[in-house]
Design a protein around this ligand. Structure first.
Ligand code: CUA
Length: 228
């Protein structure tokens, strides 16, 4: 989760988020190189008159400065497409979690395990424990096994919401009447926080998401304790 002055991306907790961070750094590097080059050229323009009485056209230089940026853009476009299709890949999920957005809370269903279902509300500031995170902790956490492929089905009951967990690289819109699918693989234990990221009404900011990532045997214990 983000703490004070943490303006960059959070540390990744899944292979896909790791790839997203690599791609971000790659794109940023290209951006910095272009900015420095163009900045230098524009700055140097102040100190040169660049007047040539006989200059009317320059076929070669115009070919170069048209094709070269196009080639540079390909170095962003291809890795971007690779990631886009990688994010959509589903690899035989072992657990499926259904999350339904409501105004203004999330409800969850573990359809694999005899209908475990519960609502997940934010803990109001006045009811918060001393070690709780304000506007981020919930009363009922999602428990998921680490080192397993997890499928998420997202929908909504009233307006459009968005189920977003930065550390896992997940952001899926929950749309009424539609069922969206995504997947992820959590590669470490811990708590992962997220928030709704589709402007869904007055309390949009107050429907956080908490995932408790645990070893598989702990997950099975939790499941058997909660089965009806
Ligand atoms: Cu739900 Cu914003």
């Amino acid at each position: 989760m983000s703490t004070w002055a943490n303006l960059g991306l959070q540390d990744s907790a899944s292979p896909l988020m790791e790839q997203l961070i690599f791609f971000h750094d790659h794109a940023l590097l290209i951006l910095v190189m272009i900015t420095v080059l163009v900045g230098y050229l524009m700055f140097m323009l102040f100190f040169n008159s660049y007047i040539n009485r006989f200059l009317l056209h320059g076929q070669l230089i115009e070919m170069i400065w048209t094709i070269l940026p196009a080639i540079i853009l390909l170095f962003i476009a291809f890795p971007s497409l690779r990631l886009l299709y990688l994010l959509d890949e589903i690899n035989e999920p072992s657990v499926t979690l259904k999350s339904i957005g409501h105004q203004w809370y999330w409800s969850y269903e573990y359809s694999d395990f005899n209908d475990i279902e519960f609502d997940s509300y934010m803990i109001p500031t006045n009811e918060l424990e001393n070690d709780g995170f304000r506007l981020l902790d919930v009363d009922n956490r999602i428990v998921l096994p680490m080192n397993s492929q997890i499928r998420i089905l997202v929908t909504a009951a009233d307006v459009i919401h968005s189920w977003t967990i930065p550390a896992l690289g997940v952001k899926v819109d929950g749309t009424p009447g539609r069922l969206n699918q995504t997947n992820f693989f959590i590669n470490r234990p811990g708590l992962f926080y997220g928030q709704c990221s589709e402007i869904c009404g007055a309390n949009h900011s107050f429907m956080p998401i908490v995932i408790e990532s645990v070893p598989v045997n702990n997950f099975i214990k939790w499941i058997s304790k909660n089965m009806n």
